[in-house]
Design a protein around this ligand. Sequence first.
Ligand code: FAD
Length: 191
Amino acid sequence: MKLVPAEGGGWMVMTNTANRSAQHVVVATGAWSGQLLEPLGIHVPLESERGYHAMLFDPETMPALPISNKTRAFGVTPMEDGLRVAGTVEIAGLDAPPNEERAKILVQHARRMFPGLSGAKVRYWMGLRPSTPDSLPILGAAPGRPGLHFAFGHGHFGMTGGPPSGRLVARMIAGERTGLDAALYSAQRFR
Ligand SMILES: Cc1cc2nc3c(=O)[nH]c(=O)nc-3n(C[C@H](O)[C@H](O)[C@H](O)COP(=O)(O)OP(=O)(O)OC[C@H]3O[C@@H](n4cnc5c(N)ncnc54)[C@H](O)[C@@H]3O)c2cc1C
């Protein structure tokens, strides 16, 4: 995908399948947002904090509630499909292959917490947390680029923080009052 300023204002979003023009475009491509903006000469300090989970199917133990284990920095969540054990932070960029050993360590943590757990049937996953130096997202208008807006950088809390951020940025574009301290979330704060 490529972003190109459109003639007469607005932006062209070019993809493999189609091109679309719009007066306002919101960049909300998570950890890949920096990569998307670089060709426009826009540099945002974004790092992918890679995390892992192990999904344990048919677990021998199932807690009734999610538990956050602060001693070993991981969480266990009872889910319909099984028990999910998640955590870890790996700084290895966008393209490095997943390191399954990290997810295996999560299973070891869970087995220490629940000694009856075998971890026999397991599936591993790796995801990217789009993180900023101050752990706050970058929201709102791109400085000096009319019609371009940002909504990324939610780090560890994008599943919960992303939807309200989407609403806030939509209200900013519509010119509505948000009550947000825009400077706190602007990309300009890193200059
Ligand atoms: C192990 C782990 C546990 C987590 N636990 C929690 C939690 O408990 N609570 C919580 O709130 N958050 C949690 N998070 C963080 C959360 O997952 C992220 O903050 C969130 O996914 C970021 O949302 P996003 O929409 O900005 O980015 P993403 O979810 O990464 O979505 C970005 C999308 O943009 C697409 N994209 C990127 N580049 C392009 C392109 N060039 N063209 C087209 N599409 C593109 C990607 O394919 C992707 O679909 C966790 C993350 C991890 C890794």
